[in-house]
Ligand binder design. Structure first.
Ligand SMILES: [Zn+2]
Ligand SMILES: [Zn+2]
Length: 344
């Protein structure tokens, strides 16, 4: 993803003297506090602010510092003996480096300073109310889940008596007529007429548009850090236009429904009369689809009624006044029609 080899530059890390409180001492230059002579605590080095950076000229990196096991002084990686107490550094431990840090890209310094003061004033309040919001949302989700689980699984088996039946059958009819349609002009159907075209957005294209850069700071562990410029290409979205065709075309499409229904056990199909049946001429009709629904009406001992849509075969077998059992949801008093079974 990187566009060019990053430019690197080396700067001093900073540290504060814990004994005399002298702040912003240089990580590489000041191995000891120039004010009181205390040794540098290598593990408390930090990255400087942008306007406090001190460059290191001609820096040769030999590795992270080692901490003397005897006196805790940080020594250069290539030292064999501690510069403070003279102990051998053979089992000295490497200084802990700071995590690499990304600075937000290319902001004028003034603006970033203003952001900092904004941050100091507002965030604690915002954070707290957000935490509460998440807590409440989480709680609401748990309650909702519990209700859903109860509604689905908390059931009782009840005895039901068949008190009635209902059926409805329908024939869907389509007719041949002019329809308004549209398509990309290169995919225009041959039978289209009454044509008009318009330019419209067909898709979007990613177009290279410069790059976004960020500065990365990398603690080298020897009192210095390097700054790297990390750049990634940036894109912008641009519409791609094409000709859209609006036209009329003669086609079959849904026109009307003919239904028959009843409350007995003798369903029949409605009489279907079609205009010049099945001919592809304007105004002619043909059958599109047939559908049917069969419902049984049941009652429990408390005279509560339930409807169950069932397959025709099962529907025929549910004789009036016959007794059945079914699971009924305790929370919503809804019948589970799949569980409908003859008693014994
Ligand atoms: Zn000091
Ligand atoms: Zn030492």
């Amino acid at each position: 993803m990187m566009m060019k080899t990053p430019q690197t530059k080396t700067y001093e890390m900073l540290w504060d003297c814990a004994y005399c409180n002298t702040a912003k001492l240089l990580g590489k230059t000041h191995r000891f506090c120039p004010n009181c002579g205390a040794q540098q605590e290598a593990n408390k080095r930090y990255y400087p602010a942008d306007d406090e950076k001190v460059a290191v000229e001609d820096h040769r990196y030999i590795g992270a510092d080692k901490t003397c096991a005897a006196c805790q002084t940080a020594n250069a990686a290539d030292a064999a003996f501690c510069m403070q107490c003279g102990a051998a550094l053979s089992d000295a431990i490497q200084v802990k480096s700071l995590r690499a840090e990304l600075q937000s890209a290319r902001k004028p310094f003034k603006q970033s300073k203003q952001n900092q003061s904004d941050k100091l004033e507002t965030p604690p309040v915002v954070k707290k109310s957000r935490q509460f919001l998440f807590l409440w949302l989480g709680l609401a989700a748990v309650v909702l889940l519990a209700v859903v689980v109860l509604a689905v699984f908390w059931t009782k088996v009840q005895t039901l008596v068949v008190t009635g039946h209902h059926w409805s059958r329908a024939v869907l009819v389509e007719d041949y007529a002019p329809r308004h349609e549209s398509a990309w002009c290169e995919q225009l159907p041959q039978q289209a007429y009454a044509l008009s075209r318009k330019q419209e957005t067909r898709s979007y294209q990613q177009i290279a548009d410069g790059e976004v850069c960020q500065t990365q700071r990398l603690d080298q562990g020897d009192g210095t850090y390097v700054e790297k410029e990390l750049c990634q290409p940036k894109y912008r979205r641009e519409p791609v236009y094409a000709d859209k065709c609006y036209y009329q075309i003669d086609r079959w499409a849904y026109a009307r429904t003919i239904t028959a229904k009843g409350d007995d056990l003798q369903p029949y199909w409605p009489k279907v009369q079609l205009q010049c049946a099945n001919q592809p001429r304007i105004g002619c009709e043909r059958e599109q689809e047939r559908t049917a629904e069969y419902t049984v009406i049941l009652q429990n001992q408390q005279q509560q009624a339930y409807d169950c849509p069932v397959a025709q075969e099962k529907w025929q077998s549910l004789a009036n006044n016959s007794t059945w059992t079914a699971e009924i949801g305790k929370l919503l008093n809804d019948i589970r029609c799949d569980s409908l079974q003859p008693l014994d």
